[in-house]
Design a protein around this ligand. Structure first.
Ligand SMILES: [Fe+2]
Ligand SMILES: [Fe+2]
Length: 319
């Protein structure tokens, strides 16, 4: 029998670590960066958080296009604040991914090389100023439905980042709705602009919740690990139930003849979603995919000198 070495405690075996991880998840406690975690949990989270961060950063583009054409100083100040918030959301999320060992520059490279995805919604163009309002109302509204449950995600840094993000998304949704309310009180031409924007953004907004549950390969494992709390279809239904009464108050028609309240459930039934379009946009063939990536690439390349200078400066100070 060999004596145990006193200077080096035996490393806990993987089964014990796994058991501890499982117990933490079962007790609904948080996993923190220094905790042991299964590799699939880590890599799955990096994939999800990176995709989320990329969506925030690419999501600055459609509305950013209207910054110079905002109709008043007040609207410009609101839109500027909103677009800056989205940049901040991207930064919190890249930081959360870094706690899992990911490298921020590497994630950006993967986005530009189309090895990682971002939300399909940001590949549609913003044709009029009403689109700014509709994005705030519908796109940020859908983002809130998706993100509020992530405040209880099992991974601590992701959950904590989401608390602040959700507070800001709530402001985004309200500024969009307030803009639309103002336009709806305006001229016939303004009301027609709002309706046209709603017609174009409604279906893509429903697609933001991802594919239907029976075609969502990563969902079951994410739910088991407490990273995700509700299924895609459940979140989509919540969004529809929340939005229909808002559309009525606003005075717009949602472009779905099958949309109707189901008296038995108190929830709204809605028509089939064009998943072929969704898959095409995800595959890079949406109206603006090439433009979005080209701009992100230019931003990385044109500003590389800033990163270099900041890195050199930080290096000098740490020496
Ligand atoms: Fe955001
Ligand atoms: Fe937002």
């Amino acid at each position: 029998m060999s004596a145990p070495t006193l200077d080096r405690p035996a490393a806990p075996d993987e089964a014990a670590l796994q058991a501890q991880f499982d117990a933490t998840i079962a007790a609904d406690h948080r996993i923190e960066p220094r905790d042991w975690m299964p590799e699939a949990y880590r890599s799955g989270l990096v994939r999800q958080i990176a995709q989320h961060a990329h969506s925030e950063i690419i999501g600055m583009q459609p509305e950013g296009d209207w910054l110079l054409a905002a109709p008043s100083l007040r609207r410009k100040a609101i839109l500027l604040a909103k677009v800056q918030d989205e940049a901040g959301h991207g930064m919190y999320l890249y930081s959360a991914a870094e706690t899992l060992g990911a490298d921020r520059a590497d994630l950006t490279d993967k986005l530009i090389e189309r090895k990682q995805k971002y939300s399909s919604i940001f590949n549609y163009p913003t044709l009029t100023y009403a689109d700014v309002g509709v994005i705030g109302w519908l796109v940020d509204g859908a983002a809130i439905c998706n993100q509020v449950p992530l405040c209880r995600s099992s991974y601590g840094p992701y959950a904590r980042a989401m608390i602040r993000v959700c507070k800001e998304e709530s402001f985004h949704q309200r500024q969009g709705y307030e803009l639309l309310m103002t336009m709806m009180r305006g001229t016939d031409a303004q009301r027609a602009m709002v309706q046209d924007a709603v017609d174009r953004w409604w279906a893509p907004s429903l697609m933001m919740f991802g594919p239907p549950d029976d075609d969502s390969p990563n969902s079951a494992q994410s739910m088991k690990w407490g990273v995700k709390r509700h299924s895609n279809d459940e979140l989509r239904q919540r969004f529809v139930d929340m939005t229909v009464p808002q559309a009525e108050v606003l005075g717009v028609t949602l472009p779905d003849p099958e949309l109707a309240l189901d008296p038995a459930t108190g929830r709204y039934r809605f028509g089939a979603i064009d998943w072929t379009e969704f898959k095409q946009v995800i595959a890079g063939k949406g109206p603006c995919n090439d433009e979005r990536i080209a701009r992100r690439r230019a931003a990385r390349d044109d500003n590389a000198w800033v990163t270099e200078a900041a890195t050199a400066y930080a290096g000098k100070h740490s020496r």
